[in-house]
Design a binder for this molecule. Sequence first.
Ligand code: LLP
Length: 436
Amino acid sequence: MGAGVLRTRPPPGGDPFARLGGVLTCGSHSLEDLANEHATPLYVYDGDRILERLATLRDAFAADGADPGSPGLVVAYSVKANPGLAILKLLARAGAGADIVSGGELHRSLRAGVPAGLIVFAGVGKTRDEMRYGLRSGIRAFHVESAQELDVLGSVAGDLGQVAPIAVRVNPDVDSPTHAFTRTGHARAKFGVSPGRALEMYRFTAEHPFLRAVGVDVHIGSQIRDPVPFVNALDVVLEVAGKVRGDLGIDLEYVDLGGGFGISDGEADELDVRALARAITRRLHGTSLTLVIEPGRFLVGDAGVLVTRVLYVKRSGGKTFVVTDAGMTDLIRPSHYGGIHAVSLVREQDGGPVEAVDVVGPVCEQGDFLARDRHLALPHPGALLCVHQAGAYGFTMSSNYNSRLRPAELLVRGGRVKRVRRRESYSDLIRNEADE
Ligand code: LLP
């Protein structure tokens, strides 16, 4: 359906961008004031909401009596969702770890104060440099995705005279109902290895002087709202862990279930994390395995919005286009994944009669849109729109295509607004270039 424009259902725990006097707010601040002061396009994050989401996960997974702060659960925030230093720092202070996929994410995580012992390093293409960086930093583990990678990691560790802690990322071959680009748990995906291959890799590890098996890992995809595929994936990796114990006599320390916990887009409901946690903890009961989870979107997705100003309203070819100053360079999810983001007027009174519109950006691509065929109270030029659920995979996937400047980011926390990134300038655009 296309009518999910005006967000009707507040997310669980209350809406961090509630309306006051017809105007959307963050904390006690009107998004209109923030946009007027900091210009648009503008990302605004609610730090309190991020911490609330962390608490929701911890509560859910601790519901069967475990202490939320115990080594029984590690929440390793998936940095790729939103790698802003301020957000990383907020989560690090709250005791979160990090799931990283590059040397750059390691740099950010360490810089933000995430303890190295809570950092896990995934990805199919780690370079030797990245391996060295991870080893020297003392990260908790490398999540290894191929036999070749394991071999290289062993030799890099040997060169440094250090032992590399590893978990094999298993491809459980489960179907996960999500967009093809974010589905990673089926056999034909580039991620992980089959359970059989994983066992061979654990055997190789057991015999290697510079490798040590500490865990088993799986990640089946992103924005998954059904608990069943997670449980199916866990069953596969628990079987692998059982064989590692039975065949090799190695007791793994942890099982990492990955991330991918789906959130609401204003239309579909979010994943029931309590139901998921019940099923997971039941299966882990009686084992000594620590559970690691790697949520990204669940923590930051609905804690962020993109505020954009309407430039023009254009009627053409029987359609109505609302042209905004934000586009695919600021938020690529609608055009790249068919991602749905609720769009609403920052000031309710700015809307005219409801019409089906395309909300499009200024980028010279027909695929540049934020929403299509949405029923929106038609805004006038100059009105502000709020694009919801933009805290994850928003700014971090932004680009300078069309030589557009990337927007500023604000973090609102405990009533205080902090600009955590300034808007780019024209000189930023050419800073790394030489002209002859
Ligand atoms: N762990 C691993 C190994 C991952 O690859 C990912 C995401 C996560 C955890 C976190 O997933 P989350 O909890 O955020 O769903 N750009 C896409 C999503 C790509 C996800 C990539 N991997 C989007 O905008 O939908």
